[in-house]
Design a protein. Sequence first.
Length: 156
Amino acid sequence: MKILIFGTMVLAALSLTACGPDLDPDEQMDTLMDQRWLLESVGSTSSYDLDTLRPNHISFTSNIPNMAQAFAGCNTIAGRYELDGMNLVFDRVAVTKQGCEDMVQEELLIEALENTNNYRIINDRLEFRNDGRKLAVFLKDTGEFFLPMPYDVRAR
């Protein structure tokens, strides 16, 4: 009986650690920043690329503090955010006004951003969450990419 209990405890401990490394909030923030995150799913919909030249993604750059930029097939999406530990809240989400035939995924991503109140990163997967509910999932981009750079109007 003791062996059975011990074995169960070992399996439970292994299953908890198999989910990925526990990062503290500072490590999570360091992983989040200066990285492009590729959209895997939003809501219950898997991501699909409409633009073959630009994947669906979101990025947080330290060059543009408290500003995230995203793309989900048609328009550029930008929004201010506040990050406090594991709490993440977007506000003033703005979208360019191109008209496209299929904007469902983009609308779902905008809704997810507006409803996000926390996030977590496990095994190079970024989840936007509203309390315990997953709103959107992104994968860390391991390819070559360029992050947005700030435009200094004074330099002209």
